[in-house]
Design a binder for this molecule. Sequence first.
Ligand code: F6R
Length: 606
Amino acid sequence: MCGIVAYVGPKDAAPILLEGLQRLEYRGYDSAGVAVVAAKALKIRKVKGRVADLASVVPARFKGTLGIGHTRWATHGVPSDVNAHPHPSADERIAVVHNGIIENADSLRQRLEADGVTFLSETDTEVLAHLIGRTAKETESLEEAVRRALKLVVGTYGIAVIDAERPGEVVVARNGSPIVLGIGEKEMFAASDVAALVRYTRQVVHLEDGELAVLRADGFSTFTSDARETAKEPFTVDWDTGHYDTGGYEHYLLKEISEQPDTVGRTLRGRIDDRFHIAHLGGLNMDARESRSFKRVKIIGCGSAYYSGQIGAQLIEELARIPADAEPASEFRYRSPVVEADTLYIAISQSGETYDTLAAVQELKRKGGRVLGIVNTVGSAIARECDGGVYLHAGPEVSVASTKAFTSTSAAFALLALHLGRVRDLSPADGRRICDGLRRLPEQIKEMLTQEEHIRELAMRYAKDAAGMMFVGRVRGYPVAREGAQKLKEISYVHAEAYPASELKHGPLALIGPEMPTVAIVPDDELLDKNLTTLGEIRARSGRILMVGHRTADQADDCIVVPRNETELDPILLTIPLQLFAYHAAVALGRDVDKPRNLAKSVTVE
Ligand code: F6R
């Protein structure tokens, strides 16, 4: 999704902006641009294509110590040089970069056109540039000009604005699209993602929705939309540039899959209590009595986060015996949900910035709901909005497809379910069983990863020429099947469907045949026999079967055998081979593994 970088300080801005934009490339984009101010004049370069293409058209004389940069992911108008940001005002005094969507852009554009303004691009952002350009002529400060213009706007935005007449400051503002300030030594940065800042500073400040900030080389001030100054406490980010390198792997995705013994280990570290066989989750901000008081659990998230929420719901039902279910946050927020005082709401997000999930949390909070977050990005909007929660500590996830955040979220849910279970009726013996099982996970993930070559060979055989693939599982295996299908389709573009195994004969069995192989998730649990019967039914329709489970079976053509752990924790280990399968299918098909077409990391628009 779009990325923003801004700089003000003593150095040449362009190299810093280009480097920052490169760090944001992982989020997906189709064009890029930069603007700097020098000698009270604005210079802009923007191109359709990659940041490297932009760098090649930025001349050596593109000097200026104040600037903004952008990577664009098209929403209004095709990817093109002219639609790329920054957008200048009509008098070429103001330049704006923008993430988000201005919903009333059409009517504002009509009004401006009626007033004689000529638009160069098809973007909603250009409306902002003209509005700020006009108000800047009437106001004493850029900050006031931006504030006034934003009052006319309906929609979401993270923006950075510079003014050739005021070469010492950048104004940034946020409403629904993240903006982070980076505090340097006599220099200030801003970006839509800390990834663009960590090379220069670890001291950051997050803007809240409705806030605006003025950055100067010697510091910053933040304000509410009605110009009241706000006090911000900077915090230190513990992610560094190494997290954003491929570390010798061919792709970030493979690096992130391979990191999982460590990342799951970090999610669990210091949180397993061997004395009482419970989990320590200080961030929940709830005592035992409160933890016991909930009658239901509702989990929300989008995409893979939602599937990990399904795993979480099962863990909570099994270990804590509290009715729990998961729902896509994007659906939940639009159906005017009934919010109950005795329901615990849990929002899941790797980025902590997914707009639909954030909006769902805000809706819950507005109605008085108690919301916990299971979030990877410390200090992100969703984390800030929640009443408490669990951080994953999985490190930044760079590849667009989620892998390590998925397994860490599932591990965090196991901890939460253990906690909720042990303040209720889960016995100490069962508590100990789960604690021991959790502790075994990192080693078992490592063991699983040693099967990469076998899985690569299966991916070549099954996915490379398949018209499509079916993924099936029952109960604990079903969210795993959904995640397996999701990974395959998003990075390899092979059509993949996931179904509960029990639902096959209610329709999708019609699709089964030699050209539609099935990946069947068949753990050794109480449903093993039922699952093997389903495999028999698929086989009887000439369907090829790749079984992922704890044993081999005659009904399957091929098997991937996963280490055994406690039944409740099976989904975590069963997911790993499906990630490797999708990865190798995508590589074999020559796909852009880390940046699949049409997708973006962190969907900060509706
Ligand atoms: C799939 C994937 C997406 C995200 C979803 C939510 O591989 O990455 O489905 O899981 O967009 O993102 P977060 O977790 O950042 O809220």
